[in-house]
Design a protein around this ligand. Structure first.
Ligand code: SIN
Length: 280
C-alpha cells in the first residue's frame, strides 16, 4: 500500500493512509509525514492497533515524547503516555468527575518550552459525539486585518497553571508538581519555528493577562481574538473511530473535546505530547 495524504478541511487536518505505525518508517516517509504535519497542522491515521508503548514509539516520527506532568494519569510502565477518560476524577481535589479538554486551549502553554504536538489514540469511543475540534491559529492570524496584526505583534501574555478567568477546572497539583510549573510569558503572536508562519498563541485556560496592559483591555482583546480564531472556517472536526491516532501541532492550533455524549458510555484515549522549544 502506498502512502496517501488527503486534506480533510480547508485550513486544518489531513488523513494519512497506507501506513501501519507499528512498522519501521524509512527516511523518505518520515520526511513526507513531517511535511504533511506542517502543511495541515493535524494528521489522522485510521485503524492503528497500538499498545501504549507502540503509540509512544510511533510518535517519534514527529519528535520526542515528554513525560506527563500529572502522575495519576500515567499508563503503567509508560510515563510518556497518559489516559484521557470520562471516568477521570480529581483525586487530589474534590474527587468529582473531571472531563478534561472541554474548552478551547493549547496544551501546557504554562511551560517555558511548551509542547510541539499532542497525539491521541482512541481505545474506546461513545457511539455518538465526543468529537475533538482543532483550529488553525496560523490561518486565523493570516486572516486578521493589518491594523489588528500591528496592534498585537510584540505583545507578551502571562500563562499560569489555571487562569482565574476560566470556567474550566484542572486537577489539583501536588507541591512537587506546583514547583515544576511556575508562571511564564509567551508572545501572543508566535513565529512557528519550522514554517516561519506567524500564529496566534492563545489559551483562555492558562492566560492570566497581557504584560503592560490593564485587565479590562487585555481580556476584551483576548475575547475578540478567540472569537476570530475559533471560526469554523479555520477548523478541522475529528469524529472518532476506535484505533484512530490524531496528532496536531500545538504551536499553531488550539483544540477542544466535546462532552456531548452519553456519559454512561466510555470515552477512553491514550494521550502524549512531544517536547517543544522556546516560543521567543
Ligand atoms: C486534550 O485536550 O488534550 C484532550 C482532547 C480530547 O479528549 O479530545
Amino acid at each position: 500500500m502506498s502512502l496517501t495524504i488527503t486534506p480533510l478541511a480547508e485550513n486544518a487536518g489531513a488523513e494519512v493512509t497506507g501506513i501501519d505505525l507499528r512498522d519501521p518508517v524509512d527516511a523518505e516517509t518520515r520526511a513526507r509525514l513531517n511535511q504533511a504535519f506542517l502543511d495541515h497542522a493535524a494528521l489522522v491515521f485510521r485503524d492503528q492497533d497500538l499498545t501504549a508503548q507502540q503509540f509512544a514509539d510511533a510518535s517519534r516520527i514527529f519528535g520526542t515524547p515528554m513525560r506527563q506532568l500529572l502522575k495519576q494519569y500515567y499508563v503503567d510502565g509508560c510515563p510518556e503516555v497518559g489516559v484521557v477518560s470520562n471516568r477521570d476524577r480529581d483525586t487530589k481535589g474534590d474527587g468529582k468527575l473531571l472531563i478534561r479538554g472541554t474548552t478551547w486551549h493549547t496544551d501546557h502553554s504554562n511551560q517555558a518550552d511548551p509542547p510541539k504536538a499532542t497525539a491521541l489514540h482512541a481505545i474506546a469511543i461513545p457511539s455518538t459525539g465526543g468529537d475533538t475540534q482543532v483550529t488553525n491559529t496560523a490561518a486565523a492570524y493570516a486572516a486578521l486585518p493589518d491594523a489588528m496584526k500591528r496592534r498585537i505583534d510584540g505583545l507578551m501574555a502571562v500563562h499560569t497553571y489555571l487562569s482565574s478567568r476560566t470556567p474550566r477546572k484542572l486537577p489539583e497539583r501536588t507541591p512537587e508538581e506546583k514547583a515544576a510549573t511556575p508562571d511564564v510569558t509567551h508572545p501572543l503572536v508566535r513565529v512557528h519555528p519550522e514554517s516561519g508562519r506567524k500564529a496566534l498563541y492563545l489559551n483562555p485556560v492558562r492566560i492570566e493577562g497581557i504584560v503592560g496592559m490593564g485587565d479590562a483591555e487585555a481580556f476584551a482583546l483576548l475575547d475578540e481574538l478567540m472569537a476570530h480564531a475559533t471560526q469554523e472556517r479555520f477548523q478541522y472536526r475529528h469524529r472518532w473511530r476506535e484505533r484512530d491516532m490524531l496528532i496536531w501541532d500545538d504551536r499553531c492550533t488550539m483544540h477542544q473535546a466535546n462532552p456531548d455524549y452519553d456519559m454512561a458510555e466510555l470515552r477512553y484515549l491514550h494521550r502524549l505530547m512531544l517536547e517543544g522549544t522556546p516560543t521567543a
